[in-house]
Write a protein that binds this ligand. Sequence first.
Ligand SMILES: Nc1ncnc2c1ncn2[C@@H]1O[C@H](COP(=O)(O)OP(=O)(O)OP(=O)(O)O)[C@@H](O)[C@H]1O
Length: 315
Amino acid sequence: MTASSKSLYAVAARPGPALAGPGGRPGRPAGSAEGIVSSLSSRAATPPLLAVRDVRIRHAPTGRELVRGVSFDLAPGRVVGIVGESGSGKTLTCRAALGILPRHLELSGGSIVLAGEDVTTFDEDRWTRERGSTLAAVFQDPASYLNPSLPVGSQVAEVLRVKTGLRRREARSRTLELFASVHLRDPDVVYGQYPFELSGGMLQRVLIAAAVSAGPRILVADEATTALDVTVQAEILDLLADLREGSGLSLVVVSHDLAVVAQLCDEVLVMRHGEVVEQGQTDRVLHRPEHEYTRLLLAEHDQFGLDRVLEGRAS
Ligand SMILES: Nc1ncnc2c1ncn2[C@@H]1O[C@H](COP(=O)(O)OP(=O)(O)OP(=O)(O)O)[C@@H](O)[C@H]1O
């Protein structure tokens, strides 16, 4: 992403998706049109907030396809996970849904429907309106989305003023509420602190507060806990689960770590080399993986950590 787009305002101004796909049968990607249609009909009562269909992303200068045929639905209040090794296409898939594909990359096939509307019809003004209010995102490395020379509270308040039209005093008080809601202790103190004074976990909470400040329906969390130590990572995952429970937020959670996905997600896509190799209910994928690569991911994972997560889900 460009330096100018990598700002707190840009983060809050970015939206995202979810999935419902059948299990990956050997020899065919689980996100096949047939599987998606049967999955959709079983949930016909709840139209997806985000419907990603057979999405393909191409590097325009070379014609190389970086993402090939990703499909999923995100229903209200659901959590879809995308897992896979580095370079498998997780981030680009999310960026396509957020309307922030890097330069030279283009949606070369398929469709993305956000709240019933095809996003390919959106111009930049429309994206600006949707980001923050319909969907938002948080990424790894929260510090890089904040201005180091301004207190974090005033940066979030500024996002609120721009996105919701609140006046200065109201924006300050709403920011303090948001800080409390993301479990930042002493919101008043944090409000006046600079990014360098906060830990990685606190910075990510600030970013989450900014992302949800305009009440989006979808939050994309792309490796949002990757840089954090295990305890803080668990706290941020709990926070995301709280947001889902408390406000019915739908989440797309991207991680290379199966344990992260296992804790939060209803459904999971396993990606490799730009393709979905397996897709289905998280419990099914974790307990009865059908694709060799999913089995490899499970086997490679720290056994203790994943076993604990699986026990937790079973109880
Ligand atoms: N701006 C870009 N220009 C050209 N190729 C790119 C660009 N961004 C990503 N790619 C390529 O697209 C493929 C998918 O990248 P993507 O970032 O989606 O992977 P990922 O699964 O999110 O990996 P990671 O976990 O490392 O972020 C990779 O081969 C990557 O090198």
